[in-house]
Design a protein around this ligand. Structure first.
Ligand SMILES: C[S@@+](CC[C@H](N)C(=O)[O-])C[C@H]1O[C@@H](n2cnc3c(N)ncnc32)[C@H](O)[C@@H]1O
Length: 357
């Protein structure tokens, strides 16, 4: 597995931090609110189904306002549902938030205190932080009622080993070679995603109570024939910078982004093959265009990819500023590189699952 220090977004604070550059992801979180509401209604069908306590966990919470976005929706949904059940007393809620150990958990802790204070009059909300990879066990068996996750599960445990060991770069400078190898690279990423997501489902099935629910959403792509690999958005501007001598070509050839955006078809197949969950719903959402203006989208990409890029290339803040300028040009409609990025094929994919037993 890649070192955990690489797989983190920029810490919350500052102009380049995740807190100021996560509006696109926030829009994605809002799109799955109705599914979280539905999941809570399914768990609390009637007054007799309301347990004395419930655990609602977010995996890959990051920091900044989005860290509590999904669990706040879930907590509100529980309180509203209990009020709708003739004022049934709500369960005690436990809200653990997970991310990798290098995440900005100081920021998260302060926000958790605000959540506790803001819900005091409605019921008891206890909070916690669970550092670690969601590709490992994180919680006791049969302990979780609802798992939520947004914009995180397209992060793989590692980039495909076969690409690295065969020294197949993600972005060949030679366009015909790049086209020829593209499908091979995409297939290697699909295999790695299948392996990781199967493991994720298996682990969560152990941790959820029988009939527990899971609502996950991640960066995806439209379909098998319209694969727009997540890595393009980083490797195109880096290739531009390597061509101008701003970064090393040799280093670029050894740079692998551990991310894969699956299609809904791919996701459905993996869920069905793994077998622990019933698939209640799968949805494809457009990326929010209103908040995806080129300059803003380029800053969002910096907040997400900077630690990974800096770790690999050892770049300074000035070179990262150049990365943002280059990416902004690529993201501007009408620029020569814009079409190559296939931005319209990028979507988010969400799934609503119920554990079978
Ligand atoms: C783009 S952020 C998404 C944050 C938030 N959920 C949102 O929707 O804005 C992705 C987060 O996933 C976390 N992440 C990536 N791989 C992970 C893993 N294996 N285990 C736990 N968290 C992981 C990263 O550290 C990062 O904070």
């Amino acid at each position: 597995m890649a070192s955990t220090g690489v797989l983190c977004v920029n810490h919350a604070d500052g102009e380049a931090g995740y807190a100021h550059n996560s509006a696109m992801q926030r829009a994605d979180q809002n799109k799955i609110k109705p599914i979280i509401d539905e999941a809570v209604t399914g768990l609390l069908k009637s007054a007799t189904h309301v347990p004395s306590s419930m655990v609602l966990a977010d995996l890959g919470c990051s920091s900044g306002p989005n860290a509590l976005g999904l669990v706040s929706i879930a907590v509100d949904a529980v309180f509203n549902r209990c009020a709708a059940l003739n004022g049934q007393a709500p369960p005690e809620l436990s809200v653990p938030l997970n991310d990798l150990p290098d995440n900005d958990f100081n920021d998260v802790a302060k926000r958790l205190v605000l959540l506790q204070q803001g819900t005091q009059s409605l019921g008891r909300v206890l909070t916690g932080i669970v550092p670690g990879s969601f590709y490992k066990r994180l919680f006791p068996s049969n302990s979780l009622h609802l798992v939520v996750s947004s914009n995180s599960l397209h992060w793989l445990s590692q980039a495909p080993e076969d690409l690295k060991s065969n020294r197949i770069p993600l972005h060949d400078q030679d366009e015909s070679l790049r086209r020829a190898r593209r499908n091979m690279a995409i297939q290697a990423y699909r295999r790695q995603f299948r392996k990781d997501f199967t493991l994720f489902l298996n682990l969560r099935a152990q941790e959820l109570v029988p009939r527990g629910r899971m609502v996950v959403s991640m960066v995806g792509s439209r379909g098998c024939n319209r694969m727009a690999p997540v890595w393009d958005i980083v490797t195109f501007p880096l290739n531009d910078m390597a061509s101008r001598g701003v970064i090393s070509r040799e280093m670029l050839d050894r740079f692998y982004v551990p991310m894969h955006g699956p299609s809904d078809v791919e996701l459905r197949e993996i869920i069905e093959d793994e077998g622990s969950f019933m698939l209640n719903k799968i949805q494809v959402h457009e990326v929010e265009k209103r908040v995806a203006a080129p300059n803003m989208a380029a800053r969002v990409m910096r907040a997400v990819f900077e630690p990974m890029i800096v770790h690999h290339f050892g770049l300074s803040g000035d070179v990262m500023d150049e990365f943002v300028r280059t990416l902004e040009q690529h993201l501007t409609p009408g620029s020569p590189q814009h079409a190559a990025l296939h931005l319209d094929d990028r979507v988010s994919v969400s799934a609503f699952l119920t554990k079978r037993f």
